[in-house]
Design a protein around this ligand. Structure first.
Ligand code: SF4
Ligand SMILES: [Zn+2]
Length: 334
């Protein structure tokens, strides 16, 4: 696919936001670095992931990566205490970000003086004592906590392999989480609501089982609602009318049910592209309000944020959940 032009000194994206941390909402800064991208996407790739579109054509230099961090930190608002790092791959993969650059980044982050926690996304195979140790050696000087964020997607090895092609197992995730936990590093797990080839009902059941299975290994679980990304297998299925992104009602149901079961677990969801055809959606009329309620719940952790919602399409969604299993893989409502 043809890539957009980019500057190697600029991150793919950077934005400010609010995130729940230890029972209260804090200001956060999110940055997506442009690295050479995920090794797994070059080797095989996950069915829903279009992040390879954001990878650099040439490996960025150390200076490029540090300039990307500087640009991101410039956007930080006063009092920001959480920094979330993504690379469209794995921040802990040294082919993407070398140890030297990673250490230099941690020093620069420490010197900001306001960051209290750094979260970095990575596949689980890169989580080990040695890498975490070098990061903690620096962050602890500045009294900053570290969190690894892992795209577990589901606790089912069958769904992760056959529907997502993720290339790792639930055991790989738990091993990473246990190593992290021993070192005082917390784990955030990303789950995928509605991988391809699942009906709406199976997807809901899979998300609920996955939250229960992952809860002992994660302090935060983020429910990612599948959206259609360019150049992916999911896009091909969508173009053939063989896939519909999840209903927002499904996310509401999953989060409400899970929060009742695990009141102490932080559950979040930021429905990307909500209300569009290529993103999670209901009937169009209520999409905006329901997506906003999901975001409000994510910040407040208050189930009431999801309780007042109503729309005529709710009963339609209930019928879809009831009947879609009988449609042999076709979706019933666009
Ligand atoms: S979802 Fe993660 S592991 Fe899979 S291809 Fe994308 S970046 Fe790589
Ligand atoms: Zn509606």
């Amino acid at each position: 696919m043809k890539k957009k032009r980019y500057s190697p000194d600029m991150p793919v994206a950077v934005w400010t936001g609010r995130d729940p941390q230890e029972g209260k909402a804090v200001d956060s800064l999110t940055v997506i670095f442009r690295t050479i991208g995920c090794y797994w996407s070059r080797k095989s790739g996950c069915t829903m992931c279009g992040y390879f579109n954001d990878a650099a054509d040439e490996p960025p230099s150390e200076d490029n990566l540090l300039s990307q961090l500087d640009h991101a930190l410039e956007k930080m608002v006063t009092g920001t205490s959480l920094l979330k790092i993504f690379t469209s791959g794995s921040f802990l993969d040294e082919r993407e970000v070398s140890k030297e650059v990673r250490n230099a980044m941690m020093e620069r982050i420490g010197k900001t003086g306001s960051i209290k926690k750094v979260m970095a996304e990575t596949r689980p195979e890169f989580v080990n004592e040695k890498i975490l140790g070098t990061i903690l050696d620096i962050l602890e000087k500045y009294d900053i906590k570290f969190e690894v964020a892992i795209g577990l997607e589901t606790s089912s090895d069958t769904i992760r392999k056959d529907c997502i092609n993720k290339g790792f197992t639930f055991n790989d995730f738990t091993r990473a989480s246990e190593i992290a936990s021993k070192m005082g590093v917390s784990t955030k797990a990303y789950l995928l609501l509605k991988p391809p080839f699942l009906s709406e009902k199976t997807a809901i059941e899979d998300a609920l089982v996955s939250i229960s299975d992952a809860a002992p290994y994660a302090t935060t679980i983020s429910l990612n609602l599948t959206n259609i990304q360019k150049g992916t297998l999911v896009e091909e299925l969508y173009d053939r009318r063989d896939y519909r992104p999840p209903w927002l009602w499904s996310a509401v149901f999953v989060l409400r049910t899970a929060k009742e079961k695990f009141p102490g677990l932080t559950l979040v969801s930021d429905p990307v592209a909500a209300g569009t055809k290529r993103g999670p959606h209901n009937c169009r009329e209520c999409d905006r309000d329901v997506a906003q309620a999901l975001r409000d719940f994510s910040i407040t952790q208050d189930i009431e944020a999801l309780s007042w919602l109503d729309c005529e399409c709710y009963s339609l969604w209930e019928k879809v959940v009831e009947l879609e299993d009988y449609a042999f893989g076709s979706f019933l409502v666009k």
